[in-house]
Design a protein around this ligand. Sequence first.
Ligand code: SAM
Length: 277
Amino acid sequence: MNQFGGSWTEAKMEIVVSYARAYLVIMSKQRWAKTLYFDGFAGSGLIGSDKTADLKKGTALRIMDITNPKPFDIYYFVELDERYKQALQANIDKNYFGRNAHVVKDDCNVKLLAMADFLRKSPDHRALAFIDPYGMSVNWQSIESLKGLGIDVWILVPTGLGVNRLLKRNARIPAAWMKKLEAFLGLSEQEIMERFYKKQPVTTLFGEETHVEKEKDAIIKIGELYRSRLNEVFDYVSDSFVMRNATQSIMYHFMMATNNASALKIANDVIKPKYKI
Ligand SMILES: C[S@@+](CC[C@H](N)C(=O)[O-])C[C@H]1O[C@@H](n2cnc3c(N)ncnc32)[C@H](O)[C@@H]1O
C-alpha cells in the first residue's frame, strides 16, 4: 500500500483518469492505432493514509477499470519497490485476468528510454504516459528521448518540494544538489544560476562586493521553466494544476505535454474544474 493523501492526490488521479477516458474515446475511432498506457511510478495499486484503514484504488487500477469504449491494448507499469511491484502484479492477475499488462521492477528512467525506442520502431502505437514521482527522480534526458513520438505525457513536477529546496537562498548549493538540479532540468550550473539568482554590486567597508540574491517567486519560475523545457520537446504543453499544502505553499505543478492540438484542449478542459482545490 502506498501512503500519501490530500485532496490534491485525489484530484491528480481524477485528472489522469478523465483524460484517459477521453483519450480512449478518440483512439477507439482510430482503428489502425494500438494504445499503450505507461505508468512510470505505478505504486502498489492501492493507496491509504496513516489515519484510517480505508484503502482505495490508485491510478493504475482506476486506469485498468476503464473498458468503455475500450481498454488500452497494452499496459506497462514500472515500480522500483519490489513489494509494491508484487502487490500490483497480484491485483492485476486476480482482477484483470487476460489483459496485456506488464508490471516491472525498475527505475522509471530506464523504462522511459526503452519505451522511446519501442515507439520509434512501432509507428502504429500511440501512448499515454503518467509520470508521478515523489521527488526529482526523472532525468531530463529521459523526457528528451520522447521527442517526435506519438505520446501524451502527464508529469508531476516537484517545483516546491524538490527544485526550490535545492536552490538555496544564499546560493551556496552543495555539489551533489547542483548535479541533481542539472540532471533534472537538463541545464548547466551557469544556466541555473543565471535563471534563479541576481547578482548585485554592493558597496561595503572594504569596497565593492557582489551580492547574490535568489529570485522572488522562484517556485512559479521553476514551473514556467519546466513548461518551457517541455515545449522544446513537445509541440504543446497544457496549463498546470498547481498543488498546494495546507499553508498554501506550492508543492507540485502537474502538466501534460503532447504533439497533438486536440489532446492539449482536452487536457486543459480536464484541469480547469480542479483549479479551486
Ligand atoms: C507517488 S507514488 C505512486 C502513486 C501512483 N502513481 C498512484 O497514483 O496510485 C510513487 C511510487 O514510485 C515508486 N518509485 C520511487 N522511485 C522510483 C523510480 N525511480 N522508478 C520507478 N518507481 C519509483 C515508489 O516506490 C512509489 O510506489
